[in-house]
Design a protein around this ligand. Structure first.
Ligand code: HEC
Ligand SMILES: [Cu+2]
Length: 348
């Protein structure tokens, strides 16, 4: 995965001027992060047409609210220091001199709120549909606490599933169908689109488009249980060619190299009830598909980088690393773990 050219840093600094007071730390943390995945606080920036109108709406709201807050604060200060005229005892109980201002104030507030409501509706309409037909449709299903990602094809042998990492071609609208397997989740990739709920039994959808190559962070934004915070995903926007290459590789079944039989039969015994590996008898559907496990950068929905060490730790200590996760810590001897690791290392 080549994200050294990722575009998140382009033009980011200038936009911060306005929000500097609140977000002063953000550019620094972006530059020093170990990889180029843009942090979620970049929702103040847009990298595609599905999120630009919403971002502008956010800035307009923020600017207006700051202006209103400041003027009220100034009026309060003025009221504190204003010298009152001496009180005429006969006027007590007659407070109506201020009445016109109450009407004027209510009128101004109503006008502003009404204009904002219309602006919000116009924005909703502007992002409802992509400008041209989606280049790709995929289905993302929320599970406690990971994402299943399915790329369907009319030819079922070309369909495949992966987890927590979504690849899309850059500059193209992509339709994302959103489902849930258990409770309500919400799909949110702030730099590419607003969030959309994933509700059990309901078919929702939204479209996303990335105009700059790179890796965009996403997160479940509907509290869904103990590991909600560890339910993140990555969108990898690639050139058309890179995307096709990735897609063709994902379509392939697992390659069974020699010398991994012990690990494979252990996997079929212990793991296949939940996990699938295409090309083997493992067809479990309610855990991440592991056919091309090693093509993914992270495991456990963003919790760990995908290294042989982390994989081994995850398999034997899933419940310590992600307490409550729907995978038990597997009791395996060192020999078994080695055999299993050798087998998993072939899943490219
Ligand atoms: C009871 C079902 C179950 C069993 C049995 C099980 N797993 Fe899992 N596994 C899961 C679930 C669910 C997840 C996703 C957990 C999460 O991210 O919250 C997972 C995640 C993983 C991941 C990370 C995948 C990714 O892309 O994030 C690996 C690797 C893995 N399991 C390997 C194994 C191995 C190897 C075994 C057998 C020794 C095994 N699992 C047994 C349910 C199971
Ligand atoms: Cu959640």
């Amino acid at each position: 995965m080549n994200n050294s050219e990722s575009g998140f840093r382009h033009g980011v600094a200038g936009n911060y001027a306005f929000f500097l007071c609140i977000l002063a730390a953000a550019p620094a943390s972006a530059a020093s992060s170990e990889n180029d995945v843009a942090p979620l606080n970049y929702f103040l920036h847009s990298y595609g047409p599905a999120s630009t109108p919403t971002m502008v709406l956010g800035w307009v709201f923020a600017a207006l609210l700051i202006a209103i807050f400041s003027s009220i604060a100034l009026l309060l200060v003025w009221a504190v220091f204003r010298k009152r005229p001496a009180v005429d005892p006969r006027s007590i109980g007659r407070e109506d001199e201020g009445m016109p201002w109450i009407y004027i104030g209510t009128g101004i507030s109503t006008g502003i709120l009404f204009a904002l409501a219309i602006y919000a509706l116009i924005t909703l309409n502007a992002i409802a549909n992509p400008t041209h037909a989606p280049a790709l449709t995929l289905t993302v299903t929320g599970y406690d606490w990971w994402w299943k990602v399915e790329y369907e094809d009319d030819d079922p042998t070309r369909s495949f599933a992966t987890a927590n990492e979504i690849h899309i071609p850059v500059g193209q609208p992509v339709l994302v169908k959103l489902k849930s397997a258990d409770v309500i989740h919400a799909f949110w990739v702030p730099m590419l689109a607003g969030k959309t709920q994933m509700i059990p039994g309901l078919a929702n959808q939204q479209w996303i488009q990335a105009d700059v190559e790179g890796v965009y962070g996403g997160q479940c934004t509907q509290y869904c249980g103990v590991q909600h915070a560890h339910m993140s995903l990555e969108i990898v926007a690639q050139s058309e060619d890179e995307f096709r290459t990735w897609q063709d590789a994902q379509r392939g079944e697992a390659e069974m190299t020699a010398g991994i039989n012990a690990g494979k039969s252990l996997f079929l015994d212990r793991c296949a009830g939940c996990h699938a590996i295409r090309g083997t008898e493992a067809v479990g559907a309610h855990a991440p598909d592991l056919t091309h496990l090693n093509s993914r950068r992270l495991i456990a929905a963003g919790l760990l980088t995908n290294t042989p060490d982390h994989l081994a730790q995850w398999i034997t200590h899933a419940q310590d690393l992600k307490p409550g996760a729907r995978m038990p810590s597997m009791a395996l001897t060192a020999t078994e773990l080695n055999a299993l690791s050798a087998f998993l290392s072939t899943l490219n």
